[in-house]
Design a binder for this molecule. Structure first.
Ligand SMILES: [Zn+2]
Length: 450
């Protein structure tokens, strides 16, 4: 039978006479049920990159009426694989792993520089999968690829992608024809499942710096990038927690690498996470919206802003050129699944409240700091999961805080204290008993380890 205990749901785990937690069996059934690729996490888990990857050293785009031409100059010849992806209209350029020695903002033309009939709205580039880089071209309307090739005859090697406007039906037909072969599941073949934690080991926290690689996330007015700000914060937070030594901590990504949303959840599950904290710093249309906001998952968004943020965050996979995924409905209707999920969500809210309480002492909270919406990355049914927006890059005041190393230190310290407090309360049997809900006891009775 399936092992349905939520991560960190202590009432569901047997204790030995010394009161220590018994070894878990969590990897047995769950690992089989989710026996999918595992992405390396944490420092040192990645294989060494090739000695000298090819670099892109210049990029430009020329647009005229119904045509567009993108040129990337490189240090050696590379052969791109180019294909269209629908919903929204995009052209994906797949490449071997490359270093992009370019202004990261080069693909985001300022609004006033955009032509009304431009075919290409923007483009972005970066890491996509081990050994692979990707450029994603966002189209203003459907286009077909009329040329995509490398050219090494010139003084400096380059590759060129030429596009021409087409009609929606032709675009859809071409995208459908190319998609199955051209958009493989991200290969994480070098992945290894970590050994189960030793008996009585410390609780496991997964910190998830949002975005990465070709998915750059939000951008500030001077080229500040969400993917970089959140990674820096996550590293400081991890160091603080490791220094106090009460938890085991790992990051979903520890470099500028793309990671799909469900990969993040899978990494957390396979690492035996008892709490999952995703870190973001988004933008909102309203520059007046500021301050940290703590999000939990819910079927229905708490408010319009939360819905907007969830929509942006859930777009992350598509930002990297992946197809949108249908919801996994395989478990719906299963009573144990529903009970476990309900308890997991209750613990997510407990942690969200703790986090807000600690940030309150430190300041800079949004006027409505507790919100919820349908975030894909928070949907693990068995791991309490929370998404922390550190602030909004669209707010000048938030931005000045987000890029300040002193602020980052203080904010990470408050966050670390909240995390440790949450786990302290979870480990205190008296408090735990008071918090355990009827559903938790029902799951405990059924899913207790043998
Ligand atoms: Zn984000």
């Amino acid at each position: 039978m399936n092992d349905r205990r939520p991560r960190g749901a202590r009432p569901l785990r047997a204790q030995d006479r010394s009161g220590r937690l018994a070894p878990r069996r969590r990897f047995s059934a769950v690992a089989l049920a989710f026996s999918l690729a595992f992405a390396p996490f944490g420092a040192g888990a990645e294989p060494a990159p090739p000695a000298e990857p090819v670099s892109a050293i210049a990029a430009r785009i020329e647009q005229k009426k119904d045509r567009a031409r993108l040129v990337f100059e490189t240090t050696a010849e590379v052969t791109p694989t180019v294909f269209p992806v629908a919903d929204p209209y995009r052209i994906v350029v797949d490449l071997p792993e490359m270093a992009f020695r370019l202004d990261p903002e080069i693909g985001r033309p300022a609004k006033d520089k955009r032509g009304a009939d431009d075919l290409v709205a923007s483009f972005r580039f970066g890491h996509f999968a081990p050994g692979r880089s990707r450029i994603v071209i966002d189209l203003a309307r459907p286009a077909k690829i009329i040329r995509a090739e490398s050219d090494s005859k010139l003084k400096s090697p380059r590759f060129v992608v030429e596009l021409e406007a087409t009609d929606p039906a032709s675009f859809a037909a071409e995208a459908a024809r190319r998609a199955p072969a051209a958009v493989p599941r991200i290969a994480q073949s070098a992945a290894v499942e970590p050994p189960p934690p030793p008996p009585g080991s410390k609780p496991m926290l997964i910190i998830d710096p949002g975005h990465g690689g070709v998915d750059v996330g939000a951008a500030g007015p001077h080229g500040e990038q969400e993917k970089t700000i959140v990674l820096e914060f996550a590293r400081v937070l991890k160091a603080k927690l490791e220094a106090s030594g009460r938890l085991r901590v790992a990051l979903t990504r520890n470099e500028d690498a793309f990671m799909a949303l469900d990969e993040r959840v899978r990494v957390a599950r396979q690492a035996g996470a008892e709490l999952f904290l995703s870190i973001h710093a988004d933008t909102l249309g309203e520059a007046s919206v500021e301050g940290a906001t703590v999000y939990t998952v819910s079927g229905r968004a708490s408010d319009a802003e939360a819905a907007k943020i969830a929509e942006k965050e859930n777009f992350a996979d598509r930002a990297a050129g992946l197809e949108p995924k249908s919801e996994d409905a395989g478990e719906v209707g299963d009573i144990l699944y529903d009970l476990t999920r309900r308890e997991t969500r209750a613990y997510s809210r407990v942690f969200a409240r703790t986090l807000i309480a600690y940030w309150q002492t430190f300041g800079h909270l949004n006027k409505n700091p507790s919100r919820s919406a349908g975030f894909v990355v928070l949907k693990a049914f068995d791991i309490p999961s929370v998404l922390l927006e550190l602030g909004y890059l669209s707010s000048a005041r938030d931005l000045s805080r987000l890029v300040s190393p002193e602020w980052r230190e203080r904010a990470a310290a408050a966050t670390a204290q909240a995390i440790e407090r949450y786990f302290e309360e979870r480990q205190d049997p008296a408090r735990e008993q008071a918090q355990a809900s009827a559903p938790a006891q029902a799951v405990a009775a059924t899913a207790r380890p043998q």
